[in-house]
Design a binder for this molecule. Sequence first.
Ligand code: CU
Length: 139
Amino acid sequence: MRTLKYLIVFLLFAGLAYAADKAVEKKIFTATVDSNGVQRVEITGGEYYFDPNYIIVKKDVPVEFVVKKVSSFMPIPHNIKIEAPEAGINFNEDMPKEPKVIRFTPTKAGKYDIICDKKFLFFATHKEKGMEGTLEVVE
Ligand SMILES: [Cu+2]
């Protein structure tokens, strides 16, 4: 009986550790303006994350996202999507293995969701699995 109690406690902790592991770690990147007047941000996507996942850019300065996905054993498709037309940002692009450039110029300060909305059959979307982030546009 006592063994069973220990087993239950162990499983509980194992479960908690697993849940903590799933929590999304915040990886912040503050873009700088390069000599061409562009804020270039390299973003990698994988299972199931964006790296970085918290990106800070300046308003009214062109941005270039250079996106690619890490190659993995399973050919899992990923995309990167920001839907904020009010801020001049509105795209939904597949993330290829070779770097792809996405250009936009944010016109409004605020925080905008970055997501991957791919999913497999009836399973959770990648966003729900942690493949999400924030684009913060500052004045
Ligand atoms: Cu994805």
